[in-house]
Design a protein around this ligand. Sequence first.
Ligand code: HEM
Length: 142
Amino acid sequence: QKVSQAWWWAPVVPATWEAEENLLTYTGREDQPIYLAVKGVVFDVTSGKEFYGRGAPYNALTGKDSTRGVAKMSLDPADLTHDTTGLTAKELEALEDIFTKVYKAKYPIVGYTARRILNEDGSPNLDFKPEDQPHFDIKDEF
Ligand code: HEM
């Protein structure tokens, strides 16, 4: 199999589609890291506690794939989903912009959701490629 090895190291990669709830624990509880996924890429946003921590304005985006909410700048629970069905060209453009200029630029990638790495039948997606992080510099975060 020529599937990339990269997803093996990812700590939050669920083994099945159903296991995407694994992410749900990482919403800033106690001393846990805070995770948020956009486009199936799981980011550690712990360094952005003032945005994403308990009681912070964007805490609702954490612990799940919030792609649709990020695209629409919406915190409506109905939009806090991976589902991009029916988004306008403008919203999709905003999504790409925020994905690159905010998330990839500021936060380390810690994993990928099952939707990103598996086919619907649970077999590995052989076209999966890990994201590069052109702007991320670990020295900026620690
Ligand atoms: C009245 C409405 C809003 C205002 C005034 C506002 C204001 C801001 C400001 C000033 C920042 C930049 C903070 C910084 O870089 O220091 C920011 C970041 C952000 N906002 Fe909003 N916002 C609003 C609504 C929303 C909504 C509805 C969403 C829903 C998704 C949203 C999502 C975000 C995200 C994802 C960031 C980036 C956080 C990061 O850097 O990790 N905002 N907002």
